[in-house]
Design a protein around this ligand. Sequence first.
Ligand SMILES: Nc1ncnc2c1ncn2[C@@H]1O[C@H](COP(=O)(O)OP(=O)(O)OP(=O)(O)O)[C@@H](O)[C@H]1O
Ligand SMILES: [Mg+2]
Length: 223
Amino acid sequence: MLIEAKGINKTYKEADYILHVLRDVDLTIEAGQVVSIIGPSGAGKSTLLHILGGLDVPSGGKAYFNGQDIYALNDQQRSSLRNTEMGFVFQSYHLLPELTALENVILPAMVKNNSRKTSAIELEGVKLLEQMGLAQRVSHRPSQLSGGEQQRVAIARSLMNKPKVVFCDEPTGNLDSQSGAMVIDVLLNLNKTNGQTVVIVTHDQAIAKRTQRIISIKDGVLQ
Ligand SMILES: Nc1ncnc2c1ncn2[C@@H]1O[C@H](COP(=O)(O)OP(=O)(O)OP(=O)(O)O)[C@@H](O)[C@H]1O
Ligand SMILES: [Mg+2]
């Protein structure tokens, strides 16, 4: 089991009530699966993804990665786990505008390597961009790339440290259907060629249908 959630709850305390965003969520995802998480806006999809990915602390319950209780780690250990074992892809790409495509892609390896850039790291970054169909865009900055291209740079970056899982939150949310389909093709191909585990949050039934397993969530409850 790569990912396991047990009795996850997430609440927010408002002035006069408690907002219950996730309720007793139990979930397991095996290594090598491609899973989609679907549900209406506000259902708790992003919150769940963030908790599974070490980005948001649950109010109750436990989240495990490879058997490790993620929130038993201190901040530094958890950052390191995220950097080395997990990749993240977001709806709005989150690329750094002042860096080139290649510099964005190799950033996680630089962080892991204490900011030392080696030719091996650069070669790996170029290879990933080539795999994403971006061989001719290595030195472009994000503003010089289309949305679909920026998202493929973000996917390349998420893969830089060879993570065990790639978490994607509405990766096609800002893309037209053709660029979106290409991004999903890229993610599904990763699974086909190297057995990469992929978790995709999406509103889009057509995308969900292309994954091996669909997890549906409504009002914070798994259906
Ligand atoms: N920091 C916060 N404080 C209070 N409420 C929050 C906070 N973050 C999220 N919520 C609430 O939690 C609920 C679930 O949010 P979440 O972002 O997980 O939804 P989602 O399923 O990803 O929706 P969408 O499809 O619109 O992205 C929402 O109702 C939201 O208002
Ligand atoms: Mg969301």
